[in-house]
Design a protein around this ligand. Sequence first.
Ligand code: RB5
Length: 146
Amino acid sequence: MKIGIGNDHSAVEMKNEIMEYLTEKGYEVVNYGTDSSESCDYPIYGEKVANAVAAKEVDLGIAICGTGVGISLAANKVKGIRCVVCSEPYSAKMSRLHNNANMLAFGARVIGPELAKLIVDTWLETEFEGGRHQRRVDMIMDIEAK
Ligand code: RB5
């Protein structure tokens, strides 16, 4: 599976740790984030990962900023993106099962790397349940089409 990852200056270390972790697990990881700790604008990187997911250059995307909030807001402006901010594994799991989230965001200033790895594992290993949830996801995407 090919994963796109993007980050701003607040999350360079976290991005590197997650990239290394996922690569060791056999995922192909594409870096769309900054590698510099110089202050930058998170919408640039949220959009980059989201565009890669929407264009199917990668299967799923991960976006990291200080809180996960700004970068997820930016990603969600790209057509076809359902990006969720998660600080614990339960929401990460449900966001795949029920919401078919195609991007995960979290905050490098909110959670530590070990919790982030648990969240990422849970999210990547959970499949969309479909059924009645497909109708609801379709309803979300219909709002975007209006
Ligand atoms: C950068 O200081 C910070 O605002 C950003 O990383 C993020 O938390 C925004 O939502």
